[in-house]
Design a protein around this ligand. Structure first.
Ligand code: F0G
Length: 465
C-alpha cells in the first residue's frame, strides 16, 4: 500500500539506547514479567500507548513560551476556549489535566447509583468512573464491533436499535448516552456520521443528552472523509463540526488528538450542569481558567487542535498505522481488521493457540517482544480483564485476547515501523518456543498495572499441557 511520507522534518532528536539482550532479560525478570515496570529508557520502540506520547511541533513549543501563568483569566485560556469552541461548538469549556478527570467531573455530577450509561464501548477509565458512582456502564456497539475478522468500515458504530430498546424501557435510569470516537477498546474503530446522526435521533426522541468521548476525533473524521459516502469533499474540520453538532457535550483527553503530553477538557451546553461541574473543578483541579494545567499547556493544546486537522498529517498518520498492519498481515500475523486509527491489535489467541487464556498468551507475547526485540506493547486480554464470577468463583475470560501496538503521533519513522513488523513476524515464525505464564502477585483492582508473573516451565517432551 502507498501512503505519504512524513509531512514534517526532524529538528530535535531524542537518542534511543540500544539495550543488550542480557540487560533486557535482567530488566524484565526484575519487573516480574510486567512491562509497566521496565524503565522507559531501556525500551527501543515504545508502543505502550499513543496517549501523552506525541511529539509537539515547533509552533507548539513556541506556544509554550507564550505561557501566561496568571492564576485567573490567563490569555492562553481564551485561546484554548476559542480553539475548542471552533471545532466542538459547545458553550462551556472546562479545562482538566487529562481525560479521566473530565469523565469523573461529569459522572460525579450527573450520575447516581443504579443509573445506566450506554456507550459503543467504554474505555477502561470511563467504565471505572461510571462504576465508581454505582452506575452501570453498558456497551451497545454493533455486533460486528466484537468480531475481530469483520471488515465493516465503521465497526465503532453504536447499535441504534439496541439503544432505542433500552431507552424505551429504562429511560429514567439513563442520564446521558456516550459515543466514543474512535472506539479504542474495540480496536480504534471509527463511528460514521450516519451512525452519530441515528444515535442523536434516538436520544432526541427519548430526550436524553448525547456526549462524545472525543479523544481521537480527528482520526475518526479522517476515516469518515475516506470511507463514508458523501463526505469525500468535506474538510476534517467540517466533519468534526457536523458530528459534534449532534451532541450536547464531550469529554476529551488532549493527550491523543490534542497532540500534547498532558491536558484535557469537558465541554457542554447545559449551564446548570456546567455550573455544578465548575464548582467541583475548583475543589479538585483548580480555577476554571486553568483546571489543573499551566497556561503554557493550554496554549499548546490550542495549537495542537489546529495541527491535528491537517489532511497531510492525518493521511500520513492513518497510513503509517495501516501500513504496519498490512506488513504484519502479509507476514501471516493474525491481527484485528480493519486496522484502527491509532494502533494495530494482534490477536494473541490465534498467534498462540497452544497457550490457554488462563496462562496469559497476550502477556507472554508482550514479554517476548521486549525480551527479543526491545519493543514495548500492551496486553489487552486476560491479564487486564479476566474476573472471578462472584457467584460461582470461576474465572471469566474476555472474548478477545489482544496485544496492542499503539503508535505515538509524529514520533517514530516508518523505518521504526518496519523494524517492529519484521520483529513481530520473526517472533510469529518462532511462536512454538513461547510458554504460558502464571501470576505470583496481583492487586485487587486494575491488576495488570502491578501484577508480577513467572514463566511456566516447559512440559517434558510429549507430555500433554
Ligand atoms: N477515553 C478514551 C477512549 C481513552 O483512550 C482514554 C485514554 C481516556 C478516555 C482517558 O484519558 O488518559 O487522558 O485520562 N487512553 C489511553 C490509552 C490511556 O492508552 O488508550 P486520559
Amino acid at each position: 500500500m502507498r501512503f505519504p511520507a512524513e509531512p514534517f522534518r526532524i529538528k530535535v532528536v531524542e537518542p534511543l539506547r540500544r539495550v543488550s539482550r542480557e540487560e533486557r532479560e535482567r530488566l524484565i525478570r526484575e519487573a516480574g514479567l510486567n512491562i509497566f515496570a521496565v524503565p522507559a529508557d531501556s525500551i527501543y520502540v515504545d508502543l505502550l500507548t499513543d496517549s501523552g506520547t506525541s511529539a509537539m511541533s515547533d509552533r507548539q513549543w513556541a506556544a509554550i513560551m507564550m505561557g501566561d501563568e496568571s492564576y485567573a483569566g490567563s490569555r492562553n485560556f481564551y485561546h484554548f476556549e476559542a480553539a475548542v469552541r471552533d471545532i466542538f461548538g459547545y458553550k462551556h469549556v472546562i479545562p482538566t489535566h487529562q481525560g479521566r478527570v473530565a469523565e469523573n467531573l461529569l459522572f460525579s455530577t450527573v450520575l447516581k447509583a443504579g443509573d445506566i450509561v450506554p456507550n459503543n464501548i467504554h474505555f477502561d477509565t470511563t467504565r471505572a468512573n461510571v462504576q465508581h458512582q454505582g452506575a452501570e456502564a453498558l456497551d451497545l456497539v454493533i455486533d460486528e464491533g466484537h468480531d475481530p475478522t469483520s471488515l465493516h468500515p465503521f465497526k465503532g458504530n453504536l447499535d441504534p436499535a439496541k439503544l432505542d430498546a433500552l431507552l424505551t424501557v429504562e429511560r429514567a435510569r439513563v442520564p446521558l448516552v456516550m459515543l466514543t470516537v474512535t472506539n479504542n477498546s474495540g480496536g480504534g474503530q471509527p463511528v460514521s456520521l450516519a451512525n452519530a446522526r441515528a444515535v442523536h435521533d434516538v436520544c432526541k426522541h427519548h430526550k436524553v443528552p448525547l456526549f462524545f468521548d472525543a479523544c481521537r476525533f480527528a482520526e475518526n473524521a479522517y476515516f469518515i472523509q475516506q470511507r463514508e459516502s458523501g463526505c469525500a469533499n468535506k474538510s476534517i474540520r467540517e466533519i468534526a463540526q457536523e458530528m459534534f453538532a449532534l451532541g450536547d457535550g464531550c469529554t476529551m483527553s488532549a493527550k491523543k488528538d490534542g497532540l500534547v503530553n498532558i491536558g484535557g477538557f469537558l465541554a457542554l451546553n447545559d449551564s446548570e450542569w456546567s455550573q455544578r461541574i465548575t464548582n467541583l473543578l475548583i475543589l479538585i483541579e483548580g480555577f476554571p481558567t486553568y483546571g489543573g494545567l499551566a497556561g503554557r499547556d493550554l496554549e499548546a493544546i490550542a495549537q495542537g487542535l489546529q495541527e491535528v486537522l491537517s489532511e497531510d498529517y492525518l493521511a500520513f498518520r492513518i497510513g503509517q498505522v495501516a501500513h504496519l498492519g498490512e506488513r504484519l498481515s502479509d507476514g501471516g500475523v493474525p491481527i484485528v481488521k480493519p486496522v484502527g486509527g491509532h494502533a494495530v491489535y494482534i490477536d494473541a489467541k490465534r498467534f498462540l493457540p497452544g497457550i490457554p487464556q488462563s496462562e496469559f498468551p497476550g502477556q507472554a507475547l508482550v514479554v517476548a517482544l521486549y525480551l527479543e526485540y526491545g519493543i514495548r506493547a500492551v496486553e489487552v486480554g486476560s491479564l487486564m480483564f479476566a474476573q472471578k464470577d462472584e457467584k460461582t468463583g470461576a474465572m471469566v475470560y474476555p472474548k478477545l485476547e489482544l496485544v496492542r501496538l499503539a503508535v505515538p503521533r509524529r514520533v517514530y519513522t516508518t523505518e521504526h515501523m518496519r523494524y517492529v513488523a519484521d520483529s513481530v513476524i520473526e517472533l510469529y515464525n518462532n511462536r512454538e518456543k513461547l510458554r504460558g505464564l502464571r501470576l505470583t502477585y496481583e492487586a485487587p483492582v486494575l491488576r495488570h498495572f502491578t501484577a508480577r508473573l513467572e514463566a511456566i516451565a516447559a512440559s517434558p517432551a510429549g507430555a500433554a499441557r
